[in-house]
Design a binder for this molecule. Structure first.
Ligand code: TRP
Length: 348
């Protein structure tokens, strides 16, 4: 009886798991708590409901690291180990490597003829990123083009749902423009449009509350941070600079310790109580930091342990990537062939 029921349930999950999701990360560094709240936790949940592919975007990582490819290549397995450590399961999620899937680069070449340089320069995300980097007059072509390559990623997998933060919305919009143009040229609905699955979680600020999270700035907590690293990061977190004595009333807004408590502490009522006490005066930063540290230590301990286990078996990580990439090659080759055929580029 129980067996039959579980069999039915299994079948149900298989029939429900239909829509295709694609997400990805540039492989330019280890993943941190910002990724954890912003996307990783969501992916773990989504993998049981959707057919999910996660792309380790090494080629996209190269678009602003052309002279430092090692920064990207040395982080590929780190990112895979991070995925597995948080509970992304390669039996539920296809994990693949962008550079191992040639159809993605080929599709990028076809699509690039349908997108003008000025359209790329108008992409708000690209525009912001260019303003924030020191390219000067030497913007790498690959960088300017990366929205096209991302459109290739999305369409090659026939992904219809793309989990994103709001900075990635322009990529979705540009992808759909390419889809419509290509389908128009091909006179056939070869590519499918996608829609965003917007993350409701607000972006996690860095521990200094000022800059973007980055390992080199030392203002983020990596998923494999040691107990000591976590303790140090929490102790140096930005709070309310005017909250000097314990008795002083303190500010919650912009106080990174409270932002992190909101994001990570499981007991919302308790955190609300702390906020009231802090605002009234009588609650010191030492205490709030201690509570946050305990909470982060508890969350990260099992992740760190699992990550250690996975990173110590590189052969297994490579095998997971190879298997996922093979499956992805097949899927993306089909889309590439459809495009080539529609364009008449299929003599042999
Ligand atoms: N642009 C994404 C990032 O910066 C990475 C990425 C590459 C991606 N290809 C993708 C995300 C396709 C979603 C779908 O993290």
């Amino acid at each position: 009886m129980v067996k039959i029921r579980s069999h039915i349930l299994q079948n149900q999950t298989h029939t429900i798991k239909k829509e295709k999701i694609l997400t990805g990360d540039r492989a330019t560094g280890q993943l941190h708590l910002g990724h954890f709240v912003g996307s990783l936790q969501q992916r773990v949940a989504l993998q049981y409901k959707y057919e999910q592919t996660i792309l380790v975007a090494d080629l996209q990582g190269l678009t602003d690291n052309g002279h430092n490819p090692h920064k990207v290549s040395s982080n590929i397995l780190n990112v895979v180990a991070d995925y597995l450590a948080v509970g992304i399961d390669p039996r539920e999620t296809t994990i693949c490597l962008q550079s191992a899937i040639p159809a993605l680069s080929e599709l990028t070449m076809y699509y690039s003829n349908l997108v003008s340089v000025s359209r790329l320069q108008r992409n708000p995300t690209v525009k912001n990123e260019i303003a924030g980097k020191s390219f000067g007059d030497s913007i790498p072509t690959g960088f300017l083009m990366y929205p096209i390559s991302q459109a290739a990623d999305i369409t090659a997998f026939k992904a219809t749902l793309i989990p994103v933060g709001d900075d990635q919305l322009p990529m979705i919009e540009q992808t759909n423009e390419i889809v419509r143009k290509l389908n128009h040229v091909a006179q056939d609905n070869i590519l499918v449009e996608c829609r965003p699955l917007l993350s409701k979680v607000p972006r996690l600020p860095s521990s200094d509350g000022k800059h973007k999270m980055s390992k080199s700035m030392g203002n983020c907590i990596l998923l494999n941070a040691s107990e000591k690293d976590i303790s140090k990061a929490v102790k140096s977190m930005y709070t309310d600079p005017n909250h000097l004595a314990v008795e002083d009333p303190g500010q919650i807004v912009g106080n990174i310790v409270f932002t992190y408590l909101d994001a990570f502490h499981p007991d919302i009522a308790f955190v609300d109580e702390l906020k009231v006490r802090y605002q009234k005066g009588g609650l010191g930063d030492g205490t709030t930091k201690k509570i946050l540290e305990e909470c982060l230590q508890e969350i990260l301990k099992p992740i760190r342990k699992r990550r250690e286990m996975f990173i110590s078996d590189k052969a297994q990580l490579i095998e997971i990537l190879r298997t996922g990439s093979r499956k992805s090659q097949e899927e993306s080759n089909q889309v590439l062939n459809n495009v080539k055929q529609a364009f008449g580029f299929n003599l042999f």
